[in-house]
Design a protein around this ligand. Structure first.
Ligand code: ADP
Length: 739
């Protein structure tokens, strides 16, 4: 392996040469000046070739070359001088120092290797040009005169190497220039294409009705499409301005860093509205930010635009951050592109919709309030009609057959009216949302079905209809309001009886279907023709039933449907004329996490032995008919004394003075209301121990709730039946124990 000395004071240049030479298969020794290299050679470390820089401390390259070429032992070592300069003086000096080659930095690596190989080959062949002193030759280059003392052969060889070097460099330069030209052409074509695609993009953006904009990193507009004209601005007047120039100042806080940053800290920044200048780690993105922007109103007068001031417009903004790479290859936010959509119209619609909904709700509430107060007004006289009609036929003064028949009609008509009022009130309560449901898991569906069957048993017996409960005991729990689901079942069962034939049957069965329990009530009645099925579940639709034959209001199924749907279920019907109908309801199955509260059994009531103790009852009632009715109802119970006051104030005074056992309190009274009176009585030491029973035609859930909190002992709704009235009076007076 040929050894080459690299003599170079610049460490980086030396390292570069060492790298190039070792890669080409040479052994390299590096010396940082001529003296060190010479010392090595004198110490018998003789190289096959020397590559030396010219300018070096201690001993420069020219001196080293001179010494080597003067030394009979070393002079056959090819010596190449390398210099950073292209000054002709150094070239001449190199020649005169008898160097075998000359390289100008930056040298072409291939030429360097070529030159080394060429000189080494010549050395090996012993054909390296020997130094032959000749007569000094004078040369003039430009205005300078030089004297050369190298032989002609040497000169020739030296110039051949220099020429080779130059021509290789020229060729490479040529190639590079060609490549550069090609790149330039391609670049020009790309710029053209880019311009065309930008043009296309722009015309697309301009065609969009929304405002499309671009902001740079500090929030100023760099692009905005013509749609901004809708807000009264020219795109050009906004370019270079900050986004806040069009932001409605009052809405600025909703897109301010102080508002947004806390969201970011809680990790919910992705959902929160974004602004235009906040710092954050995640990608910037604004989704559905609703704010107001300022518009510029202008008026064109004689072809000139005049500003009329500003107004605001509601907009929705969607935008995305754009990212580039900085000098240290870090991802860097460079701006935002966004779309602004005018939603003023949408907001107006939403507002109108909300107002319409509010007024519909108000109208519905008004309707329900009207219905409930109307039902109150109807119940009061009805109470008198039914009460007195029932009292007409008493053992002391019995009616004759015809009279009894007529009274029966009065009572039947009154009862129908009462049912109708009750149903209408119930429906209006459910519809107005006043109805509060307690939905919870019910695990004893079979038992519940049994208790509903019991309620309609008398009706079934009177028609000789067989009732059957086919619901298994192992049904999963359902999610429902216990009272309301029983009401639904009773309604379906009584329909199945009412519209059945005598000696028919009604079967209730169950089925599990995809998260729901379906309860089906199957009857053997006359069925419903398909053409009439569509009329079911509509108020007052009785499908042509003879109202005289089958009692009903035509509201039951509507209530059923509303209730079932409120519990998250469905109702349906299948019917075949002459075969019968199947009405079904589907109720969601309770999920297992719910604990089940079994129904507390109806507590049985037993009279105490001292049932006939004297009871003093105070009735506070302003309506004389009602007072008369109460008197008549209690007249036969000789252990009860009834006192009446016509307003609350007198009632309180009476109670304090006479200490009645029970107070019956009407709620609607002139002056102080019954509820207010009850509150006073409950807090007065003289009267707080006296149980108060509310007696009223009010059936609104809210009134009942208020009454409950006023501490009433019980609540009787007019028209009450005599038995219930007595039961409550006895209970209040402590004459009945519960258990
Ligand atoms: P109502 O029974 O008070 O008339 P509903 O709303 O309960 O009111 O029922 C509405 C109508 O649907 C009834 O009048 C009757 O014509 C029809 N209908 C309800 N249930 C049945 C049934 N099981 N078989 C036949 N017809 C029925």
């Amino acid at each position: 392996m040929d050894k080459i000395f690299v003599v170079e004071d610049s460490k980086s240049q030396a390292a570069l040469l060492q790298h190039i030479l070792t890669r080409s298969g040479y052994e390299v020794d590096v010396y940082h000046n001529g003296k060190l290299a010479l010392d090595a050679m004198r110490a018998a470390n003789v190289p096959d070739m020397i590559l030396s820089d010219i300018d070096m401390p201690e001993m420069d390259g020219l001196s080293l070359c001179q010494i080597v070429k003067d030394d009979p032992v070393l002079r056959d070592i090819p010596f190449v001088l390398i210099t950073a300069s292209d000054k002709i003086d150094e070239l001449v000096a190199s020649l005169n120092a008898l160097a075998d080659g000359f390289m100008i930095k930056p040298y072409n690596h291939n030429v360097l290797i070529e030159t080394i190989a060429f000189l080494l080959k010549k050395k090996a062949a012993g054909t390296l040009v020997k130094f032959r002193p000749s007569e000094p030759v004078s040369v003039t280059v430009g205005h300078k005169h030089f004297s050369l003392n190298a032989g002609r052969e040497h000169l020739f060889e030296f110039f051949m190497i220099a020429f080779n070097n130059a021509s290789v460099q020229a060729r490479e330069l040529d190639a590079r220039e060609r490549k550069l030209k090609e790149t330039n052409t391609e670049l020009a074509r790309n710029i053209e294409l880019l311009a065309a695609s930008e043009e296309r993009f722009r015309s697309l953006v301009e065609a969009v009705p929304d405002i499309v904009y671009k902001l740079n990193a500090d929030g100023t507009f760099t692009f905005i499409n013509d749609s901004i004209l809708h807000l009264g601005y020219e795109p050009s007047e906004l370019i270079g301005k900050h986004f806040s120039a069009i932001l409605y100042p009052e809405d600025a806080p909703s897109c301010d860093a102080d508002v947004v940053l806390p969201y970011m800290a809680s990790g919910t920044a992705a959902e929160s509205p974004k602004l235009f200048n906040e710092r954050r780690s995640k990608d910037r993105m604004t989704v559905g930010l609703r704010i107001r922007l300022m518009t510029k109103e202008r008026e064109e007068i004689l072809g000139e635009l005049r500003a009329l001031g500003t107004t605001t417009v509601h907009v929705e903004i969607n935008s995305m951050g754009m990212y580039g790479v900085d000098s240290r290859s870090n991802r860097k936010y460079v701006g935002t592109v966004g779309v602004i959509r005018d939603i003023t119209e949408r907001i107006r619609f939403e507002k109108e919709l909300e107002e319409a909904r509010d007024s519909a709700n108000a109208a519905n509430r008004a309707k329900s309030d009207f219905l409930s107060s109307m039902s109150h007004e109807l119940r009061t006289p009805l109470n008198a009609i039914l009460g007195f009609a029932q009292l007409l036929d008493i053992p002391e003064n019995p009616l004759n057959g015809e009279q009894r028949e007529m009274v029966k009609h009065v009572v039947a008509g009154g009862e129908h009216l009462l049912r109708l009022i009750g149903d209408v009130l119930d429906l209006s309560k459910i519809e107005s949302g006043h109805e509060h449901m307690e939905i919870g898991p019910i695990n004893d569906v079979t038992k519940m079905v049994d208790s509903a069957l019991k309620m309609v048993a008398t009706l079934a017996v009177s028609r000789n209809i067989a009732m059957k409960n086919n619901v298994p005991t192992n049904l999963p729990s359902i999610m429902a309001d216990r009272t309301r689901i029983r009401q639904v079942l009773i309604n379906l069962l009584s329909n199945a009886i009412k519209y059945n034939r005598d000696h028919g049957s009604v079967t209730i069965s169950s089925e599990l279907r995809d998260g729901f329990v379906r309860l089906s009530v199957v009857d053997t009645g006359r069925g419903i023709p398909e053409s009439k099925l569509g009329l079911l579940f509509q108020p007052f639709q009785r499908l042509g039933v003879d109202a005289n034959r089958v009692d009903g209001t035509g509201i039951g199924l509507v209530i059923t449907k509303q209730l079932v749907e409120k519990m998250g279920g469905q109702v349906g019907v299948e019917s075949r004329v002459e075969d019968g109908s199947t009405f079904w309801i589907e109720i969601p199955v309770a999920d297992e996490s719910h604990t089940v509260h079994p129904e507390t059994p109806e507590q049985d009531v037993a009279f105490k032995t001292d049932a006939l103790r004297d009871i003093r009852v105070l009735y506070v009632e302003d309506n004389p008919t009602n007072s008369l009715l109460m008197q008549s109802m209690l007249k036969r119970h000789t252990n009860i004394t009834l006192d009446i006051t016509t307003n609350a104030e007198d009632g309180i005074a009476f109670a304090r003075q006479h200490q009645p056992d029970v107070i019956l309190m009407d709620l609607r009274l002139p002056g102080m209301s019954g509820i207010e009176a009850a509150l006073l009585l409950r807090t007065d030491v003289m009267t707080c121990h006296i149980p108060i029973i509310a007696v009223t035609a009010e059936a609104l859930a809210e009134v009942i709730r208020q009454a409950n909190s006023a501490g009433f002992f019980a609540y009787l709704t007019k028209p009450f039946n005599g038995r219930e009235l007595l039961r409550q009076i006895n209970k209040a007076a402590g004459l009945i124990t519960v258990g």
